[in-house]
Design a protein around this ligand. Structure first.
Ligand SMILES: Nc1ncnc2c1ncn2[C@@H]1O[C@H](COP(=O)(O)OP(=O)(O)O)[C@@H](O)[C@H]1O
Ligand SMILES: [Mg+2]
Length: 300
């Protein structure tokens, strides 16, 4: 078989698999899904645990949740969700797998897209391949209400593009000076280089609300002075909780293992708050357009 015909065969096979995947979907008209990125600049502030636990809390409220795991670190969502993904978005981009074939089921019906470093290869796609990928994302639309993105540590372009493409960007910070500096640096790059204006602050690993508010005040003052157009909104806090650490050691989300712990209570509260957020007026609120925005940022 020559190369062209074997390639055609592969593409056809993939197309028919995609059709099958789509016929499994159960369209439910209503609100378009909301995309929320969780980011920090600094590693080790609790992003992955916050994403995993919020995903479970939202799912328990009856929402269909998808986690885009863009954390390149070793301690990613796989650990607390007990999953072992074989493939990632790179296999979709290379044409070996369809999007739904790489999606992994986690606890409580949560779906996970393992991104690996696959998204970085998006720049090499032709326009046709980009459209194909967008339509694969579009097919997910009816399968979810909320997509949470767990981003990597650092202020890389990749992380920034995910944050810019999302409807809402949650900055996770602790009261450690290094975390505050990195949270500020992330907002500064997004604001001054890309015109981002709105951020939401979730403070992690503090004793109480008063300590969380002082973190907010700290960041808020710096923003007011140096980033005039930026608005940061305080959402909530997750307390420093030994049960969270114990759960991680047991490779579980704290909300599963210790649902009555202080951190689990605040995670539930935060999840309910998220559901009450008004939509941004400029949001196109659609997974396909999320991906398009991301690809457009990448293309520069
Ligand atoms: N609220 C908390 N209380 C106690 N420990 C926490 C809390 N949040 C996170 N941790 C600990 O911090 C570590 C890093 O969390 P992780 O979610 O992997 O951070 P990130 O994704 O930002 O790198 C975890 O191993 C966990 O034990
Ligand atoms: Mg992480």
């Amino acid at each position: 078989m020559d190369q062209a015909s074997s390639l055609r065969k592969m593409v056809n096979k993939k197309a028919s698999r995609m059709k099958k995947d789509r016929s499994k979907l159960n369209p439910s008209p209503g609100n378009p899904p909301r995309v929320i990125s969780v980011t920090s600049g600094k590693g080790g502030v609790g992003k992955t645990n916050i994403v995993g636990n919020l995903a479970i809390a939202l799912s328990r409220i009856g929402k269909k949740v998808l986690v885009l795991d863009a954390d390149l670190g070793l301690a990613n969502i796989d650990i607390i969700f007990g999953i072992h993904p074989e493939y990632n978005i790179g296999h979709v981009i290379s044409g070996e797998k369809t999007l739904s074939e790489i999606i992994v089921k986690g606890p409580e019906n949560i779906r996970i897209i393992p991104a690996g470093s696959g998204f970085v290869n998006l720049t090499h796609l032709t326009d046709g391949q980009k459209l194909a990928l967008m339509s694969e994302f579009e097919a997910l639309e009816d399968l979810l209400d909320i997509m949470l993105i767990d981003t990597s540590a650092g202020i890389s372009r990749n992380v920034i593009y995910f944050n810019l493409a999302a409807d809402d960007c949650i900055i996770v910070a602790t009261s450690e000076p290094a975390s505050l500096t990195d949270a500020y640096a992330m907002m500064k790059v997004m604001a001054t280089q890309h015109g981002a204006k709105y951020f939401k602050l979730l403070v992690n690993m503090v004793c109480d609300e008063a300590e969380a508010k002082s973190v907010y005040l700290n960041l808020g003052q710096a923003i007011e002075r140096f980033l005039k157009d930026v608005v940061i909104e305080y959402i909530s806090y997750i307390p420093m909780d030994e049960f969270m650490k114990k759960a991680v050691k047991n490779r579980k989300a704290v909300i599963e293992l210790y649902p009555d712990s202080a951190s689990s209570r605040m995670i539930r509260k935060t999840a309910e708050q998220i559901l009450g957020w008004p939509r941004r007026v400029d949001s196109e609120g659609n997974i396909k357009f999320f991906l398009k925005r991301y690809m457009d940022y990448r293309a520069g």
